[in-house]
Design a binder for this molecule. Structure first.
Ligand code: XIL
Length: 317
């Protein structure tokens, strides 16, 4: 962990990771997650999202988010909090209403005030806006963008800055790990906020990568520097590197190289402050359900043996 502030792993709250057949795995899972010293930071993979925290308008529920937050505090972990304004895993009421701009502004302010207010002081960072961009760098047509345009991003950061002055405020997205039209879009967001005098502290590179077609070390370094040069910090926030299953010697070697490149790039660029994997245990990854035919994206296999990529990460740190 040489120059990094943390190496972390996200984890789902127990209430959401009850997978039939895994009851006898949790003891070992929890040992590695909380007690092995492998990780020093975590994020609830789901529990702080809008769907869980404000399922009905004005009705707040922190049960799921608290499970991981309380474990993190009990074990002395730092926490990244995720995510305040996102088009996905949004409560249905937000999407199914025809908002006037003023009403939707109130909805966003109220959500951030309650959720970031409730967790105030517990978050090293908040993902204030998640995945606002299309691949070509234009804005995604979310309910927020359709009603408010890019002003919703300003409003979200402005509000979060007031509610939790000490949390680092991040823009977070995927496919920002090598230079592209999308990284240009994310830079535009950083500049827009800074020009408006609104605080943004960081850009989160989700880093959901692919073993067989991964970027080079230099591509990662260029992308990361593109952000740090704007005066914001960078973190790898949801790192996983999927491969076409079954895992074999070839794709595991590619995965090892890919992990080494991306973690190494973060270590080598001043201003890239931390790395978090999106869970550590393959069976609990979101990848197989989301990308059919792909899997084994994390650092621990089903039987709790380590991937070759674990050594790639160790070499990079
Ligand atoms: C994923 C969770 O891991 C899954 O459990 C859930 O079903 C869907 O969301 N980008 C993000 C994360 O910002 O919140 C997503 O997490 C993965 C993609």
């Amino acid at each position: 962990q040489a120059g990094l502030k943390y190496f972390g792993s996200a984890t789902d709250s127990p209430g959401q990771r009850e997978r039939a057949g895994y009851e006898d795995k949790y003891a070992q899972y929890d040992q590695i997650m909380w007690k092995s010293g492998e990780f020093g930071l975590t994020t609830p993979t789901n529990g702080q999202k809008w769907l869980f925290t404000e399922p009905e308008r004005g009705v707040f529920n922190f049960t799921e988010g608290d499970i991981v937050t309380n474990l993190a505090r009990k074990h002395g972990f730092m926490q990244r909090c995720h995510a305040l304004v996102w088009h996905s895993q949004l409560a249905p009421w937000v999407e199914s209403t025809e908002w006037t701009p003023e009403e939707l502004r109130q909805v966003i302010v109220n959500h951030i005030t309650h959720v970031a207010g409730y967790y105030k002081g517990k978050c090293y960072a908040w993902d204030v806006v998640n995945e606002a961009l299309n691949e070509d760098g234009t804005y995604r047509e979310s309910v927020f963008y359709k009603v408010l345009g890019e002003d919703y991003i300003k409003l979200a950061f402005e509000t979060a800055a007031k509610v939790d002055p000490h949390a680092k405020l991040y823009y977070n997205d995927y496919n920002l790990e090598s230079p592209s039209a999308k990284t240009e879009g994310a830079k535009r967001i950083v500049k827009m906020l800074k020009d408006a005098g609104i605080r943004i502290d960081g850009v989160g590179l989700q880093a959901h990568l692919v073993a067989e077609s991964h970027p080079t070390l230099d591509e990662h370094i260029d992308a990361i520097k593109g952000f740090t040069e704007l005066g914001v910090e960078v973190a790898l926030t949801e790192l996983d590197i999927r491969l076409s299953i079954p895992a074999n010697a070839t794709n595991l070697a590619q995965q090892r190289e890919a992990y080494k490149n991306v973690v190494g790039a973060c270590v080598q660029v001043r201003g890239c402050i931390g790395v978090e994997i999106w869970d550590f245990y393959d069976p609990f990854s979101w990848v197989p359900a989301t990308f059919p035919g792909q899997g084994a994206p994390l650092l621990w296999f089903e039987d709790f043996s380590k991937h070759p990529a674990y050594d790639g990460v160790v070499e990079a740190l």
